[in-house]
Ligand binder design. Structure first.
Ligand SMILES: [Zn+2]
Length: 195
């Protein structure tokens, strides 16, 4: 069986599954799915994941580049999302608070012409913190959403994270450079004053 030549984009599939697509767009997806085993299988995987989407988020199993559709779905399901928004060149303070489930950072960039992007995140001393390669993007949106489980961030000491977004093409054009100044709210042992 031939692989699908015109796969339904991931974000469209999430929208379709969440019931958020307008009627005619929904009809087109439905027709494609009816004729396409590949994309139907992808929808089944999504549905299996989606049944426990909020649970997965709270277990810290949702991370990396996510779509707006997925973010909206998580919020609709009651996941507590703390959001930060960064323009290229911007440095933004961030912290995580009790009750947060997921941290989502919006990275604004001129994505016109980019079909895919690579995001690399580095900590102090140029330590690699995370790298996401050749993630397909919808250029007109002008933003990338980076998700990190809150439970993970809660364990992090205060530190400066540098994020670099490049186009996924061979040219590797830099699209934006951002800084998150993370402040840990956990009292550091030996550094807290007596109550
Ligand atoms: Zn297909």
């Amino acid at each position: 069986m031939a692989a699908c030549q015109t796969p339904v984009p991931e974000s469209t599939l999430v929208d379709y599954w969440a019931g958020d697509l307008p009627g005619d767009a929904s009809d087109r997806v439905e027709e494609h799915l009816y004729n396409c085993g590949d994309c139907s299988a992808r929808l089944s995987e999504l549905a299996a994941l989606g049944a426990g989407l909020a649970t997965l988020a709270r277990q810290g199993r949702i991370s990396g580049i996510v779509s707006r559709a997925l973010l909206n779905r998580l919020q609709r399901d009651g996941v507590h999302v703390r959001m930060f928004s960064l323009l290229p060149g911007e440095s933004v303070p961030c912290a995580v608070f009790p009750g947060d489930d997921l941290i989502v950072t919006f990275l604004r960039a001129d994505l016109s012409g980019a079909e895919a992007v690579t995001l690399s995140v580095t900590g102090p001393g140029s330590n690699p913190f995370g790298r996401y390669e050749d993630v397909p993007v919808a250029g007109e949106l002008g933003e990338i959403l980076w998700a990190t489980p809150a439970a993970f961030v809660q364990q992090m000491p205060s530190m400066r994270l540098e994020l670099v977004l490049t186009s996924g093409n061979d040219a590797r054009t830099e699209l934006g450079r951002y800084v998150l100044e993370h402040t840990s709210l956990n009292p550091i042992e030996g550094n807290s004053s007596p109550a």
